[in-house]
Design a protein around this ligand. Structure first.
Ligand SMILES: C[S@@+](CC[C@H](N)C(=O)[O-])C[C@H]1O[C@@H](n2cnc3c(N)ncnc32)[C@H](O)[C@@H]1O
Length: 406
């Protein structure tokens, strides 16, 4: 099942998606004479192609089709798949569904809170029973959240918060409810606990929310938090088969979760990982701490402290310095002939080709670079590598640099 470099190259070169052949171009690099760039639509972007269990929103997450493409081709069941920047856990969940062992890491503790419960999804009946044993709070909130939530909704949210923060040993039912409630806190439809606001992976400040409420002439209405948690649970579990449950349960027993800096993951043994599929914090600053202040408040996490630890490099040199250390660490933990697929998305409207810097970083750490894959939605035969920078709005490219450890 595991492919060597020639077969991977051939596979990408001969890949045909809905009649469209891969365009192969070459890039002159500092450290290698020429490197192949493979351009095609390598996976469909259609939502229904992805398992419903992934549907937890997180800023800058990738589609499950991306890790799936690499996991299926570059690993066998039982191999270890790793993500140093796990986010909502797209790589981890997809790997577990495919029967691969997993190691997750993210400096933001919200990441494991959102990912881990989905490796052990409880039955809907058990969730319902637990949920209705948790009572609303009689206390007042420590901060004013009246611009987001109706009074009664807030008492229910505070009841959940007290329950999670006070319970010393949370079980998998508690963890599932905590994840789902965190996901439902704020959003732009009646499926969320809040009045209309930004989508759930971004939280407005209290001040900005007040302004929105005035502009839209709106006030928070009551939302039944328990009903909404159950509704979201059913949506997440919609595609879950008994086979999926069994696969996830088996993997969850050995899964490991860390919240370290990706440069320092001492707990991961040398030469243990077959494949890493990851996308790092981007050069253009995503304010993970600001986006997540309400989610952090609900879970008793200090958003400011986390914000300081999260890598945010505005300058390319700084970003490259951090990622160089990440690559050294990836080299240490990757097995001989194991792979790294490193996704950088499109940065500053394509003005900076981050993927070309990533090529050099990986090579400097000792990896062999297989090439760059550019996955473009709505790819046409006439597209070329540089033309993809002029994408029409709404289309998306993923730029993935693929490495193998010799
Ligand atoms: C682009 S997101 C990853 C999204 C992920 N691929 C997904 O599908 O959800 C980058 C992640 O890197 C994390 N992060 C930022 N700096 C980090 C660091 N130095 N070490 C580990 N994780 C870090 C952030 O918390 C964020 O979750």
């Amino acid at each position: 099942m595991t492919q060597n470099k020639n077969t991977l190259h051939q596979f990408l070169e001969n890949f045909i998606f809905e009649g469209k052949r891969t365009v192969v171009q070459s890039l002159q690099t500092d450290s290698r004479k020429s490197l192949p760039i493979f351009l095609n639509e390598f996976w469909t972007s259609k939502q229904r192609q992805a398992h419903s269990i992934h549907e937890i929103s997180y800023r800058a997450c990738f589609k499950p089709q991306l890790p799936k493409f690499f996991i299926e081709r570059l690993t066998a069941p039982g191999d270890i798949v790793y993500d140093p920047f796990t986010g909502r856990g797209t790589t981890i969940i997809e790997a577990a569904l495919l029967g691969r062992n997993v190691i997750a890491n993210d400096i933001n503790p919200l990441s494991s809170l959102l990912c881990k419960p989905r490796l052990r999804p409880p039955s809907i009946e058990a969730i319902e029973e637990r949920l209705y044993s948790i009572y609303s709070s009689k206390k007042k909130s420590d901060i004013d959240l009246s611009m987001f939530f109706h009074k009664k909704t807030l008492s229910e949210i505070l009841g959940l918060q007290e329950y999670f923060l006070q319970k010393k040993k949370k079980d998998f039912l508690d963890e599932w409810i905590q994840m789902t409630a965190t996901n439902r806190l704020t959003g732009h439809s009646k499926g969320f606990f809040s009045v209309y606001t930004l989508p759930p992976n971004q939280a407005l400040s209290a001040e900005k929310q007040r302004k929105i409420n005035i502009e839209r002439n709106q006030q928070p209405e009551y939302r039944d938090t328990k009903k909404l948690i159950l509704k979201k649970t059913k949506q997440l579990q919609k595609d879950l088969t008994e086979t999926d449950r069994a696969a996830l349960q088996q993997i969850s027993a050995k899964a490991r979760f860390f919240s370290a800096d990706a440069r320092k993951t001492k707990a991961i043994p040398d030469s243990s990982v077959q494949l890493t599929v990851t996308s790092p914090p981007f050069l253009d600053v995503v304010q993970y701490a600001d986006d997540n202040w309400l989610r952090c408040w609900f879970n008793g996490i200090d958003a400011e402290a986390i914000g300081k630890k999260i890598t945010m490099s505005k300058k390319l040199e700084d970003w490259c310095a951090v990622m160089q250390s990440v690559f050294h660490e990836l080299y240490r933990i990757t097995k001989a002939r194991g792979y790294v697929a490193f996704e950088v998305g499109e940065v500053r409207s394509g003005k900076i080709r981050l993927e070309e810097f990533v090529v050099e970083l990986g090579i400097a750490s000792g990896f062999f670079c297989e090439g760059i894959m550019i996955n473009q939605q709505n790819f046409t035969k006439t597209a070329n590598i540089w033309g993809v920078h002029n994408n029409a709005k709404g289309t998306n490219t993923n730029r993935i640099v693929i490495f193998q450890k010799p």
